[in-house]
Design a binder for this molecule. Structure first.
Ligand code: BJ8
Length: 429
């Protein structure tokens, strides 16, 4: 960062010393993990820049947007409908939840046996090191897993304004009606916060912006299926992670520039890993910034990650909202149709998820799947069993990997990943 943002961070109420320490660690990790990769596409420079300014210039943009009367809405889940936020001229951002921070403090509020993502967002809030949280006029939680559902009861005491969406856990007609009512309630809360009304025009525009972003990411996801892979899994994950922070229209443009370059690379047969390198699909819990641990180990062992079946990945961007709604009610119905198709493991039954994993395996040419479960994440850890059995029955080698944000198990993960890659190589030999 070329500018000194300390005055801005101070005004936002951050703990400057702790925040400096966080940025120092992040910068070093980014250098090691991303900038050291050979032969990256030129267009990744945009995403490197965004990351280098993720607590700087982007926060300045949020502060400026607030000064102009716009509202910032922070969230932790892909069920929060960005379309409604955009329609009401709000700015939707993801909140920091991808690293261990102030864990001892967080464990004063949460049992030790809570997943790293929840402990992470508590830690960031308690340590006052998330400028996105500090800039948020509204924080949106959701009743998904038990950890989040119960965690928000306490989190409510740590942030000024929390709205919790009551999400269904089935796709029945009653569940659909609940989600429809919850999105209407969310729209009403936002209307009050922004002083604007949801109209056909602004909702259509919000839907178009979010659809364009997802369509660009879908284009990128398809290109990752080329052999040799034109983009590393780390860079693919990074782009998906940045989609939660960046200005949507600017981000969409940058993704298309990257996709254009990848098409040229594919035409020339140029890849980030040699032809024939093992191709791995990662499926499971979302990986929020800066959780790069598992793909870094997989790619460090000579494989390439060709897709993520995750909310920071294809589960979160798979479907677009049908754009034919003639009035706000019909458009909200279309939103519900789109979001109810997100097959998060909190849903029961959740059979479409494994079908999506299989579809991704075929499309990306993955040789095997690594199932990523965050420790203590009951929904994904329990669902890993049936997912693994079905994939193995279909002839797709699968490795279950349960981990957290710590670095202590990196050696163990590497050993298991290397053995898995051997299995993939033997299977193709
Ligand atoms: S729609 S995946 S973003 S809930 S890892 S906190 S599930 S114990 S993040 Fe998620 Fe929305 Fe579902 Fe997607 Fe709980 Fe598991 Fe922790 Fe998790």
């Amino acid at each position: 960062m070329s500018t000194d943002y300390h005055p801005m961070w101070q005004q936002l109420g951050l703990d400057l010393e702790a925040h400096d320490a966080l940025l120092g660690a992040l910068g070093a990790m980014y250098q090691r993990t991303f900038l050291a990769q050979p032969d990256r596409p030129e267009a990744m420079k945009y995403f490197d820049f965004v990351m280098s300014e993720v607590h700087g210039l982007r926060i300045q943009e949020l502060v400026e947007a607030k000064r102009q009367g716009r509202r910032v809405v922070g969230s932790f889940c892909t069920f929060v409908p960005e379309e409604i936020v955009l329609a009401l001229d709000g700015v939707a951002v993801g909140l920091c939840a991808g690293a261990e921070f102030a864990t001892a403090e967080a464990e004063k509020y949460l049992p030790r046996t809570t997943c790293a993502l929840i402990k992470g967002f508590f830690g960031f809030a308690l340590a006052r090191v998330c400028p996105y949280l500090a800039a948020s006029d509204l924080v949106v939680g959701e009743n998904t897993c038990d950890g989040k559902k119960k965690g928000y009861e306490t989190f409510r005491t740590l942030v000024p304004h929390l709205h919790v969406l009551d999400l269904p856990q089935t796709t029945s007609a009653e569940a659909r009606a609940l989600l429809r009512a919850e999105y209407a309630r969310f729209a009403a809360v936002l209307e009050q916060l922004t002083g604007r009304a949801l109209t056909v025009e602004n909702l259509r525009s919000g839907i178009a912006t979010a659809n364009a972003k997802r369509a660009a990411l879908q284009r990128l996801a398809r290109l990752r299926g080329a052999e040799p892979a034109p983009l590393s899994g780390l860079d693919g994950l990074l782009v998906n992670q940045i989609s939660f922070y960046d200005d949507p229209a600017r981000f969409t443009g940058a993704v298309h520039v990257l996709a254009d370059e990848l098409e040229q690379r594919i035409a020339r047969g140029r890849g980030v890993a040699p032809k024939g390198a093992p191709r791995v699909l990662v499926s499971g819990c979302p990986m929020a910034v800066p959780n790069w641990k598992l793909p870094a180990v997989i790619e460090g062992a000579g494989a390439v990650v060709v897709g993520e079946e995750s909310c920071v990945g294809e589960r979160g961007l798979r479907n677009l909202v049908a754009d034919g709604g003639r009035n706000v009610d019909e458009m909200l119905d279309a939103l519900v149709d789109r979001y109810l198709a997100i097959d998060c493991a909190v849903f029961t039954p959740n059979e479409s998820r494994v079908e999506h994993v299989l579809e991704m395996v075929r499309r990306t040419g993955a040789h095997g799947v690594i199932h990523h479960g965050l420790q203590f994440c009951t929904p994904y850890q329990v669902e890993a069993g049936p997912v693994e059995r079905r994939l193995e029955r279909e002839g797709v080698p699968t490795l279950r990997m349960d981990t957290d944000y710590g670095q202590d198990d990196v050696g163990q993960i590497r050993t298991r990943v290397e053995a898995f890659l051997e299995r993939l190589r033997d299977g193709r030999g």
